[in-house]
Design a protein around this ligand. Structure first.
Ligand SMILES: [Zn+2]
Length: 473
């Protein structure tokens, strides 16, 4: 046995009384580490991975004891004031234990409870000081891990991944609840941030170059199980149960924040994201607040890009009335192609020969010419479904004619497509639209909200203990 060893037995997990000084625990951990190093060196079937895992175990109890003592010291130092109104609490009762999971194991803290006469509520100020208020029994670091994992992967995976990587055991159902709780807290923070953005006067920054704001919107749908088991009853009342619901999504960025990586890949260096299941009104307010935070107030001009969906343009007229509007070029192309198919059916050669010059005219901003040709084609068609289809497309092009200034857009270096928001939709769907997944309205909004805090680099506003910035990593 090593000379520095003080009564350690590395083969057993160290279960130590709380009263032992940290220095003793540290010496014990150091000693266990020495043993682990020796064992790893001598064992031909162990590599560095074995030592990495063992070393973490060797110091676990030291860290757990340190957390317990730190938590107790902070609880003891917390003045008996109401955390909400700062009023002095009355009817104090000390020694109220609370046990919870931390990053390094279970700890128990004794706190003081008191009554706030102003709020007419019992309060435990130490819980607020420790960051335990809005959790079922998890420390802030574990709350964060549950929130992050559940917003990135299905909860059954999240629970296993969490335990494997950190040793923290949070059962699947508990992890689900904890993540939702954090998501609901995130929604409250979002509401407050949006309120601030909408009411604060924009800071008049000295912007060196006038810039343009790009705003894009799209929607995708999510499957929910609200009213599960009531389908038959609903149908009897003549109602078809609706399982699919829209998630409204938007992105906003400054045109001068668009660039390319060294490898030539297109990137946007700073970008705001919004996704909500709470309807178009919610998107309108959230997207407007996000645009303000990203500099809409100081922008020289703004441009809204989207597909043909009516709600996009209504929202744009309503909330971004100064902004120019542009129909996503690729959606316009799809509608031209639909006309081509109605006119030429299976004749691919004729279809291509017809489409090519029209695409060129569309790209060159001659939407008037395109519409003229569509109208001529329509006039020569006999009635029937094909004619109706073409008539619908002609109406579509008339409707969006003012939004098809593609040549001017390209010359100004502006995007003519809504690729960025479509990519955002695809990425979120990878998490929220997996086979066999059903959501509840409450649950999906909570997790969507967490995901947007992450994407918008505001994770630290929910979990102030972390300085991690996903955009810079
Ligand atoms: Zn109070």
């Amino acid at each position: 046995m090593n000379e520095t060893c003080i009564d350690c037995n590395p083969s057993q997990s160290l279960r130590v009384p709380v009263s032992e000084p940290l220095a003793v625990l540290a010496a014990r951990a150091g000693c266990a580490l020495e043993h682990s190093i020796q064992r790893c060196t001598l064992a031909s079937d162990q590599n560095l991975g074995h030592l990495e895992m063992q070393a973490a175990q060797d110091v676990q109890d030291l860290l757990r004891a340190a957390l317990e003592r730190g938590a107790q010291a902070k609880a003891d130092a917390t003045p008996p004031l109401c955390p909400v109104c700062q009023q002095k609490l009355t009817r104090l009762s000390a020694g109220q234990p609370r046990t919870f999971e931390t990053r390094y194991g279970t700890i128990t803290v004794q706190r003081t409870r008191g009554y706030c006469k102003r709020c007419r509520k019992w309060r435990v100020p130490a819980d607020t000081a420790l960051g335990l208020e809005e959790s079922a029994g998890y420390s802030p670091a574990v709350q964060e891990m549950a929130a992050l994992l559940a917003s990135k992967m299905p909860v059954e995976d999240a629970s296993a991944v969490l335990e494997h990587l950190t040793g923290v055991k949070v059962p699947r159902a508990t992890l689900d609840r904890e993540a939702r709780r954090q998501g609901e807290r995130a929604q409250a923070v979002r509401t407050e941030l949006d309120r601030q953005a909408a009411t604060q006067k924009p800071q008049l920054e000295l912007t060196l170059e006038p810039y343009q704001m790009i705003i894009q919107m799209d929607a995708w749908n999510i499957r929910e199980r609200d009213g599960w088991g009531q389908s038959a009853a609903l149908r009897r009342q003549g109602q078809e149960p609706e399982r699919w619901h829209w998630v409204y999504t938007g992105t906003v960025f400054r045109l001068d924040h668009r660039g390319h990586t060294a490898g030539g890949r297109a990137v946007i260096s700073e970008r705001g994201f919004v996704a909500t299941r709470q309807g178009i009104d919610a998107l309108r307010e959230q997207l407007h607040a996000e645009a303000l935070r990203r500099g809409l107030g100081q922008a020289a001009s703004a441009l809204v890009i989207g597909d043909g969906a009516v709600w996009i343009w209504r929202l744009a007229d309503d909330r971004f009335p100064q902004a120019r509007q542009r129909l996503d070029f690729y959606h316009a192309v799809q509608h031209l192609a639909a006309v081509g198919r109605a006119l030429f059916g299976e004749d691919k050669e004729k279809y291509r020969a017809w489409l090519k010059p029209l695409l060129q005219q569309l790209k060159n901003g001659s939407s008037i010419k395109v519409i003229q040709q569509l109208e001529e084609a329509l006039a020569q068609m006999p009635g029937g479904t094909a004619e109706q289809a073409v008539a619908r497309e002609v109406a579509y092009f008339h409707e969006h004619q003012a939004r098809m200034d593609y040549r001017a857009g390209r010359r100004a270096g502006e995007p003519i497509g809504s690729g960025p928001v479509e990519a955002t939709c695809r990425q979120t769907q990878c998490r929220f639209k997996r086979p066999g997944q059903f959501w509840s309205k409450r649950g999906d909004e909570a997790l969507l909200c967490l995901e947007m805090f992450w994407r918008n680099d505001r994770w630290h506003l929910l979990f102030p203990h972390t300085t991690f910035n996903p955009a810079k990593n």
